[in-house]
Design a protein around this ligand. Structure first.
Ligand SMILES: Nc1ncnc2c1ncn2[C@@H]1O[C@H](COP(=O)(O)OP(=O)(O)OP(=O)(O)O)[C@@H](O)[C@H]1O
Length: 228
């Protein structure tokens, strides 16, 4: 539903000779499913922070649709992210003292937006990701189930963009495959653009394409039809 365009984006830190992220041009189409790969330190987390508005580049434009989020002040970037992006992290970021349902609803409850429709939607999402007992304590879920709860939570606001940072890295192969399948099918069902940082070949192969970062630059620009 939202296309991403990066234009002359650069992130540098004092004392480092080269930028940690240096992307001259990148275009990801609305509803595309794209993997981001690269060795440790190549800039993957920096890229995730920039495209989710968690951080601002030193220069360049980060356009989601027509909105340049790099030009927004922090409070507006935070609001834009909450309304637009569903985030799935490697280590789930769930509260183990809460039930699966309460974890999915927590962000909505914090903004006093957990009305009947939202609660119904949370139940439907938990069923869709295969969590049968919505009231089961999160502490007793398997790791694969925890990540499925996190996927349901990410989708509650019907985000236009899904960003996943190593979503299968802390799961065993079977659970990893299930979560990869869920992320892809839910992104496609909801029309969300999916960008997933991953080293998991099973996930990477199923995406529309993959981008390789190397020392902050796009390494497979020619293959992906991009100018790095
Ligand atoms: N606040 C900072 N100050 C200085 N250097 C930083 C800072 N944050 C990140 N870096 C450097 O930027 C580079 C890219 O880091 P980043 O975390 O984006 O890499 P990554 O590809 O996500 O790595 P990993 O796979 O290990 O998580 C690294 O060399 C890192 O040391």
């Amino acid at each position: 539903m939202l296309a991403l365009t990066l234009d002359q984006v650069r992130v540098s830190y004092p004392g480092l000779e080269t930028p940690v992220l240096d992307i001259r041009s990148l275009a990801i189409a609305a509803e595309e499913c794209v993997a981001v790969t690269g060795p440790s330190g190549s800039g993957k987390t920096t890229l995730v922070n920039i495209i989710t508005g968690l951080a601002r580049p030193d220069q360049g434009r980060v356009l989601w649709g027509a909105e340049d989020i790099a030009a927004l002040p922090e409070a507006r970037r935070d609001r834009w992210r909450a309304e637009t992006v569903g985030l799935v992290m490697q280590d789930f970021h769930l509260f183990e003292g809460l039930s699966a349902l309460d974890n999915v609803l927590l962000p909505a409850r914090l903004r006093r937006a957990a009305g009947r429709d939202t609660v119904d939607h949370a139940h439907a999402l938990l069923a869709r990701v295969g969590i049968k007992r919505a009231n089961q304590s999160t502490a007793t879920l398997s790791r694969g189930e925890m990540q499925r709860v996190a996927v349901a939570r990410a989708l509650l606001r019907r985000p236009k963009v899904l960003i996943a940072d190593e979503p299968t890295a802390s799961l065993d192969p079977g659970h990893g495959a299930e979560v990869a399948e869920l992320l892809l099918s839910l992104a496609r069902e909801s029309g969300a653009t999916l960008i997933a940082v991953s080293h998991d070949e099973r996930l990477i192969k199923r995406m529309d394409r993959s981008l390789a970062l190397s020392a902050g630059r796009l390494a497979n620009a020619a293959f992906a039809g991009l100018a790095a």
